[in-house]
Design a protein around this ligand. Structure first.
Ligand SMILES: NC(=O)C1=CN([C@@H]2O[C@H](COP(=O)(O)OP(=O)(O)OC[C@H]3O[C@@H](n4cnc5c(N)ncnc54)[C@H](O)[C@@H]3O)[C@@H](O)[C@H]2O)C=CC1
Length: 366
């Protein structure tokens, strides 16, 4: 049951200011500009909500309806109040983004699909009137009953995670949709780990195609969300084989398309230095793991006949002979987005610089 009548509500004039800090949405690179939001608290439920939280119930933008001045008497005094008793519809809370669009505050969505329908329709009219462009609407899984409502209003799926689905709406009919598409890639890592006996760390996968059964291959896996390539490679090797390693360089990366549900795949082949030798196999993913002489590894028909792995081994061997140089991560903060990040590059040899640590190309690994 809806506790607020949306068709006609009396506006209790009460204004709050809320400061929305600037933040960048991970899904789209959308930066939310700092903005003061006016709140017109509407209806009984909204009032109690606004009392309990100073940041709640921000109604986006100005009232759709004009307010009316009126006089009324209380205790013999004539009070001049601007009381809105006109029809007004609640709008969804939303923040402006830097691209002229809005991001709906998913923390303040109404629970009722009926209320949501009305608020969404009113908000869309309001945003259209104000010349807004893209609309980002994140619906938590707990409120999945709101999804059909949004779809009916013309929203499209953008992406989904375990806890939510993100929908988008492009308002300008005369302009092409400029909203960025969902993430297009998965990111994998493979570890080339060679010990001082010229043995390479290899695994046999539990789940693989029949043609790869029995193949000894490099440990591979996917990096987690917000995980660095260098730490993801070290983690994957540790998980699959129990061997501790130090990250040295990204030796090469492969770019392939239509790999997983039409998504592309970036596969970073990393050179790692072993810090331990004992193998403890991860029984969930791996059938077996061992140190295998590099010559024996390369002689496997599947490796020998595979253009990618054959070339990878050649590159790794060239690296060991200082005939090739991979990319090593350098942590930095860019003023462009203020975020700490890793820039992978190699330092070109400088004949005047005698410090080998300044050049990853000259560093001795083994
Ligand atoms: N495995 C290989 O020989 C090669 C791997 N790569 C690259 O290595 C990276 C990682 O690939 P892989 O290690 O092959 O990953 P994978 O497909 O073996 O997946 C890693 C693990 O995730 C789990 N998993 C994945 N999909 C699943 C599903 N549908 N249901 C249940 N569990 C599932 C399994 O435990 C699996 O062992 C990718 O970037 C890939 O391109 C590149 C060339 C060869």
């Amino acid at each position: 049951m809806d506790s607020v009548s949306l068709s006609e509500v009396t506006v209790m004039r009460k204004t709050h200011l809320g400061f929305m800090h600037s933040f960048r949405q991970p899904f789209s690179g959308v930066t939310i500009s700092p903005k003061f939001c006016h709140s017109k608290v509407v209806g009984s439920r909204a009032i109690s909500s606004s009392v309990s939280s100073t940041k709640s119930q921000y109604v986006y933008g100005e009232s759709l309806a004009a307010t009316a001045d009126s006089d009324y008497k209380m205790n013999g005094l004539t009070l001049k109040n601007r009381i809105s008793s006109v029809k007004e519809r609640l709008l969804l809370d939303a923040f402006d983004d830097e691209y002229g669009g809005v991001v709906v505050d998913h923390g303040k969505l109404p629970s009722s699909p009926t209320v949501f329908t009305s608020m969404l329709q009113s908000s869309l009219s309001d945003w259209r009137r104000k010349g807004k462009k893209g609309v980002w609407l994140k619906l938590p899984v707990e409120q999945s009953e709101l999804v059909p409502v949004a779809v009916k209003e013309g929203f499209e799926y953008h992406h989904a995670e375990k806890g939510y689905v993100m929908l988008t709406y492009w308002i300008p009919e005369e302009e092409p949709c400029m909203l960025p598409a969902n993430a297009s890639h998965q990111v994998g890592v493979g570890g080339f780990v060679l010990n001082q006996y010229k043995e390479v760390l290899v695994v046999q996968e539990k789940y693989c195609t029949s043609s790869n059964t029995g193949l000894w291959k490099l440990p591979t896996g996917f990096i987690n969300e917000s995980e660095e390539i260098f730490s993801g490679a070290v983690r994957e090797v540790k998980e699959e084989t129990g061997v501790d390693t130090d990250f040295l360089e990204v030796i090469a990366f492969r770019h392939a398309h239509n790999v997983a549900f039409e998504k592309s795949d970036l596969f970073f082949i990393c050179m790692l230095k072993p810090l331990s030798a004992k193998i403890i196999t991860d029984n969930l993913e791996i059938k077996a793991a061992k140190w295998m002489p590099l010559v024996e590894f390369v002689e496997q028909p599947m490796i020998k006949g595979d253009k990618m792995f054959k070339r990878v081994i050649e590159i790794c061997e060239a690296r060991l002979r200082h005939r090739y140089c991979g990319l090593s991560p350098h942590r930095l903060v860019s003023a462009f987005d203020g975020r700490p990040s890793s820039l992978y590059y190699n330092v070109v040899d400088d004949d005047d610089d005698d410090d080998p640590s300044h050049s990853n190309c000259r560093a001795e690994f083994y």
